[in-house]
Design a protein around this ligand. Structure first.
Ligand code: CMC
Length: 428
């Protein structure tokens, strides 16, 4: 807190509002008393100018293309860290010492199995159900199985629920995939890494041993780290808003999954690969660029643009390098990667995209990698949800522990009818 303030003049009276300083980033005007003092609300659809909470977890400088988790740059974490280490960092604020990491990894591995009866939930879905539809249901249903970790006033129960969610998501996502194929579910193998175990549960079968490919394992590690958290985005804000009413953590994460599904958010990775496939050939790129620029055409370049980044999404840089590595190492020649690179090149040199500061985001290249690994497109957003669960639970814990936390309750600018009398049906 500083002594800085801003003054707002309303109907001849002046009101002072304190200006708050974060450790980095823009100053924030504290308008909590605004309504009580002036009888006015602020109007900010899409929350483009509104900080909804205080947080110590993730920092983004969208103009400079910087993303830090607890102060550590995302590219350093993606290059040098493990997903378990990043999960610990997001949850607890510091990189773990060796003993802490071993204990955390052990704890997560002890929670990887799901209640046996949960498998019957899957059998209620159609085989062609979208994995995100399945996940909205089964993650919400976890609260019916793990009552002993739904008391949000107990910090220990909150941590157990967080561990359960992080540990069980790979199992639940892999089960969603297996169910679509009609293959048996595989139990977790806790001798493998978090990513190795997930790959085995997804691509292995009980009839033969599964050998984890270290190149794919490493690519998945990076993809999970790159998706682990991203400040107060739509799904994280949804988790916080759901949690602000005191809802249990499993219900809150299910709400986050529902929000993530949309094509403007996590669904963009699926939409981006579908778009690249539809373009199909570099010769057709100008046609799609023209459509993206046409105000009368709802088409947008999927995987391009971001609410916060007005520069390269730092995650996209790592993702592009990973796409190159994975395809080279697996010896795959995918024309979709050529389309993606050329599309990026053309868009980055086009006046429309330059002027609007539209750059590739994390979803532009992730689909190419996931496709090369063998995931069908409708699994892409489910993988995003798996990784983002870590960020969601970290943000949810932070919110519950915040003494300033209140139920989230935005106000509105009402533009509907004023009071009028009911007219019986035969007189309308
Ligand atoms: N293609 C063409 N034009 C675009 C695009 C795009 N991908 N994105 C934004 N624009 C234009 C938009 O038409 C608008 O033009 P004008 O000012 O003339 O009306 C201007 O740029 C600003 O766009 P906006 O929709 O007001 O910006 P926003 O901050 O509300 O939207 C966004 C951000 C990510 C929803 C948007 O850029 C978009 O729809 N991108 C495609 C979907 C996508 O890739 N989403 C993944 C986001 S990153 C992963 C995640 O966090 O989930």
């Amino acid at each position: 807190m500083t002594d800085k303030s801003v003054t707002l003049g309303v109907n001849g009276s002046n009101f002072n509002y304190p200006v708050l300083d974060g450790t980095v980033g823009p100053e924030v005007v504290d308008i909590r008393k605004l309504y009580a003092q002036t009888d006015m609300f602020t109007y900010d659809p899409g929350f483009t100018s509104t900080a909804s909470c205080e947080s110590k977890i993730t920092y983004i400088d969208g103009e400079a293309g910087i993303l830090l988790h607890r102060g550590y740059p995302i590219d350093q974490l993606a290059e040098q860290s493990t997903f378990m280490e990043v999960a610990y960092l997001l949850l607890h604020g510091e990189l773990p010492k060796k003993g802490e990491l071993d204990q955390f990894t052990y704890t997560i591995s002890r929670h990887t199995m799901v209640h046996e009866q949960l498998a019957t939930f899957y059998r209620g879905f159609r085989r062609d159900a979208h994995p995100m539809a399945v996940l909205c249901g089964v993650v919400g249903a976890l609260s019916a199985f793990y009552h002993d970790s739904t008391d949000i006033t107990d910090p220990e129960q909150r941590m157990i629920a967080s561990h359960r969610l992080i540990a069980k998501m790979p199992t639940l996502v892999a089960m969603a995939y297996k169910y679509t194929l009609g293959q048996p579910f595989l139990y977790p193998d806790n001798s493998l890494t978090y990513t190795g175990n997930f790959l085995r549960m997804t691509f292995g079968v009980p009839a033969e041993p599964y050998v984890v490919n270290p190149i794919i394992e490493n690519a998945m590690r990076r993809i999970f780290i790159l998706h682990a958290d991203h400040e107060q985005n739509a799904s994280t804000s949804t988790v916080r808003l759901a949690g602000s009413s005191g809802a249990n953590p499993f219900a809150c994460i299910a709400a986050g999954i529902a929000c993530l599904w949309g094509p403007a958010h996590g669904g963009a990775n699926e939409a981006a690969l579908n778009m690249l496939r539809e373009i199909g050939d570099v010769k057709r790129i100008p046609e799609y660029i023209a459509r993206a620029k046409d105000k009368d055409d709802p088409f947008r370049l999927m995987g391009f643009g971001h609410r916060v980044y007005k520069n390269f999404d730092p995650r996209a840089k790592v993702m592009k390098a990973t796409a190159d590595e994975v395809l080279a190492e697996l010896n795959i020649k995918d024309p979709v990667l050529d389309v993606a690179k050329e599309l990026e090149h053309i868009a980055l040199n086009d006046e429309y995209f330059i002027e609007k500061k539209l750059y590739p985001n994390v979803d532009f290249y992730s689909g190419v990698i996931l496709n090369a690994i063998g995931f069908p497109t409708d699994m892409f957003t489910a993988l995003f949800a798996l990784a983002r669960t870590v960020g969601w639970v970290a943000q949810w814990n932070e919110m519950i522990a915040d003494p300033d936390q209140k139920i989230g309750r935005p106000r509105q600018l009402y533009v509907g009818a004023t009071q009028r009398d009911y007219v019986p049906c035969d007189k309308r």
